[in-house]
Design a protein. Sequence first.
Length: 151
Amino acid sequence: MNDEILAILEQLAEARASLESRKRFEAECQADVEQSPAYTHFRDAQFWRRESQREVDRLAARIREKALAVYAETGNKNPWPGVQIEEHMAVEFDENDALAWCRGRGGILVKLDKPAFLEAAPFLANAPVSNIKRQRVVIAKDLSQYLDSET
């Protein structure tokens, strides 16, 4: 073995030993941090924030469901203050039908570019697409009107 290779192997061995020592030190520091009251407090705060987010998501889903039911029954797009129904058009298509339709127009397609097809579909005569009216419930970010004044 030549001197250059030996020197590099020695440096590598020293670097690996240093890395292992630093990993052990890092693990010790992490253990100290995780046992500290501040870290416990931080982990509790994270837990309760996640729980609150789950509750917000669950309640918002219920409002959306109820708002869509009211809209379906009455056509009211503003069922309650802070809750609004927005309508938008969506294009739906079967990918195989669209690919066959495009190929039938003289194109040599291997794969359908879905985003481009969706964008162009409303302007393509006899394209195999359906324009569907969709509803989306928008809930205002500021719902303070529903809070008790003491909250």
